[in-house]
Design a protein around this ligand. Sequence first.
Ligand SMILES: Cc1cc2nc3c(=O)[nH]c(=O)nc-3n(C[C@H](O)[C@H](O)[C@H](O)COP(=O)(O)O)c2cc1C
Length: 268
Amino acid sequence: MKTTLYYFTGTGNSLTIARKIANLIGETELIPIPALMKGNGTIKAPEGRVGICCPVYDMGIPVLVRDFLERLVVNDNEYVFAVLTLGGTGAAALKLVDSGIRNRNGRGINAGFLVKMPGNFPPVGVPPVGAKQALILQRAENECVRIATAIRNGDERRPGFTPLTSLLQFMLYGPFTKNVRRSGEKFSVSEACTSCGTCVQVCPTGNITMADGRPVYANRCELCCACLNYCPVQAINLDMLFGTEGRGRYHHPDVTPADMQMQKGLPE
Ligand SMILES: Cc1cc2nc3c(=O)[nH]c(=O)nc-3n(C[C@H](O)[C@H](O)[C@H](O)COP(=O)(O)O)c2cc1C
């Protein structure tokens, strides 16, 4: 059976999981959400299974994905699933995918899955390295096998109520969605910048341009931290919570800047 798997990724975790699941279930087309969101109007999912794969942000989903779900039309009788990647906790985010699909289509998702991956947000947690990172990636790979089996079998795994993450979502997600697009104001660029343009290349929303050899942020930021994490000389910092100076960086080892660029639908 054909599957359409829509994805959004900031540092490659969700793309990697989407690719693995696609390989395991077969006959799957991966479609980047940022490329679709350059247009307007209804997005009609083709016949067959429909999946959404993206990271958890502030116990919710990226605003771009939330907006995408407002436009996505799925058939009543198709199997719809969500796979969310996260660094620690955020099960309540699945409920947002469920309600997003329901609000537009009058029906929710059939199954929601979470995959723990390395965290990519240095202002909160220093990203894992070495053996610790390798263990998380290995466990995630095993989890993909279980998820793919559940999808192939058409298992029903409706997202349940999770009191703690729902409470955290209630506290964090509203302010996040309100302010996120202006997050570019919180990024700074140090003298170490070599004007290489990697930040421009990896930004999923095309929010960064170069002016006089320096990155300049507009107001379409998703706070995905691709710019911060892919900068080859760690010249970009983010002024939030514990900051990012000396707090490590992370992007998935298999996902290149060219892969990131492809999610915008631009030529390499
Ligand atoms: C702005 C932001 C907020 C995040 N919030 C959460 C969170 O609430 N819970 C969590 O477990 N991980 C959180 N994370 C970590 C990511 O969900 C996780 O690392 C994810 O796998 C990244 O996927 P990606 O590489 O596809 O962007 C957050 C990351 C960012 C950048």
